[in-house]
Design a protein around this ligand. Structure first.
Ligand code: S3P
Length: 452
């Protein structure tokens, strides 16, 4: 499918976003590990969450999806059945890394694999600490998937470890926290940046003792999580993870595309309702405000420990800004769309400390720079980021490099471009935000069309 995006008149209206991707993955998997029935409303139905649900079926977990309400019959921490065939995680590293942690805890024999793109992504960062915990897991010689986990008896607990991550990563942290549920003592995980803490918040809401605190490591501010597990050998129903009864907030990372669309389209004013506003996800708001963006937040309730609220965004003339350090960690998935905002801003924007972008669905630094340069954007690549000199965006044909976020970012660029932008293979958008086109069209971006 080709997506054609042309300059838009102003955007107006209100949109409710589909459920958060990170929370949907965690809710489905943790519900499977809980004892009893969980009910999760506003579950994200998309390519990547489908991969998680299919894996749960293969692991003997019953679930039912009615619209966007998911019910899951949890079998407890040790209730996963060995799957008959390898678990295919598609393009989703979150699916693979979280499943690795859950399988490690339950002691279930399984093979985890995925698309060619996923099989290129680094897995040594979970395999090494899992092995230190005593998990019988093998990766390929270059520390990538497929990962093979051997069976482990439930009365053979894992070793608690103190692990320092060299790169802040919520997927790695979450994998280890899940494995730590079956350790015979508290596991400590330190990370150099504050990655999203959805797993910690959800586990807490399910009755697990997990604490987070800032700590100093070699005179640098780091972040520490300590999980004190229910003892595997004495696990009783009251120690088990409580089932979830929750409604997931809208995905901030999907909202990000609409936020930038409104900021760069003159005359726009949109409201995004019931969005997840966990501060470890909303770094983009801070970066855009540094650039002069008019974005107002109305924070409402907390849902299972996650702040939720509405965002009102008005078109704003933007200027360049510097983004580095912990801000990068809090907006790791939003850096491509920040580049589009920077292309429409006056002056220079610089992103540093973002080398991790090279290990996402694509090498997001190289792919982003190649495609925006093809649209006449003055963007230059560095080892750990990029610099954008604001100016005009031209029309042209671009390739999203099989990366859902890059596809949406290029489509948004078209709303402010001087000619139409044609995004090839745009069906990749269904991986995370199947309603992307419809949401923008409902706000008035009527010159956004597709061609098969
Ligand atoms: C995610 C964590 C991030 C993010 C990804 C989702 C998660 O990855 O990029 O889209 O749900 O834990 P890393 O942990 O690799 O930074």
């Amino acid at each position: 499918m080709e997506l054609i995006s042309s300059r838009s008149s102003s955007l107006h209206g209100k949109v409710c976003l589909p459920g958060d991707k990170s929370l949907s993955h965690r809710a489905a998997l943790l519900a499977a590990l809980a004892q009893g029935e969980s009910r999760i409303e506003n579950f994200l139905t998309s390519g990547v969450t489908q991969a998680m649900l299919e894996a749960l079926t293969a692991l003997g977990i019953g679930w039912e999806l009615s619209g966007t309400t998911l019910t899951v019959q949890g079998n407890g921490l040790y209730g996963l059945r060995p799957p008959a065939t390898p678990l295919n995680c598609g393009n989703s590293a979150t699916t693979l890394r979280l499943l690795a942690g859950a399988l490690a805890a339950s002691g279930t024999q399984a093979v985890l694999t995925g698309s060619a793109g996923l099989r290129r992504r680094p897995m040594g960062r979970i395999v090494t600490p899992l092995r230190q915990m005593g998990v019988p897991v093998q990766a390929t010689a270059d520390a990538t998937a497929p990962l093979e986990l051997a069976a482990r008896p439930p009365d053979w607990p894992l070793r608690p470890i103190h692990h320092s991550m060299s790169v802040a990563s919520a997927q790695v942290k979450s994998c280890l926290l899940l494995a730590a549920l079956a350790a015979d003592g508290p596991t400590v995980i330190d990370e150099p940046g504050p990655s999203r803490d959805h797993t910690e918040r959800m586990l807490r809401s399910m009755g697990v003792r997990v604490e987070s605190q800032p700590v100093m490591v070699d005179d640098n501010p780091w972040f520490r999580v300590v999980l004190d597990p229910p003892r595997p050998c004495t696990l009783t129903p009251s120690d088990a993870l409580h089932p979830l009864h929750t409604s997931l907030p809208g995905d901030f990372s999907s909202a990000a595309f609409l936020i930038v669309a409104a900021l760069i389209t003159p005359g726009s004013k949109i409201t995004l309702r019931q969005v997840g506003l966990n501060p470890l996800r909303t770094g983009l708001l801070d970066a855009l405000r540094l650039m002069g963006a008019d974005i107002r937040e109305t924070v409402g309730e907390e849902r299972d420990g996650e702040p939720v609220g509405d965002l009102t965004v008005r078109y704003s003339p933007l200027h360049g800004a510097q983004v580095a350090g912990e801000l990068v960690v809090r907006m790791i998935d939003e850096l491509p769309i920040l580049a589009v905002a920077a292309a429409c801003a006056e002056g220079l924007s610089v992103v540093r400390d973002a080398a991790e972008l090279r290990h996402k669905e694509s090498d997001r630094i190289s792919a982003l720079c190649t495609e925006l340069q093809a649209l006449g954007v003055n963007i230059t690549e560095s080892e750990d980021g990029f610099a954008v000199q604001g100016g005009a965006i031209q029309g042209g044909s671009v390739d999203p490099h099989a990366d859902h976020r890059l596809a949406m970012c290029l489509a948004v660029a078209g709303l402010a471009a001087q000619g139409p932008i044609m995004v090839s293979d745009a069906e990749i958008i269904y991986e995370s935000f199947p309603g992307f086109l419809a949401a923008l069209q409902s706000l008035g971006a009527v010159k956004l069309t597709t061609k098969v």
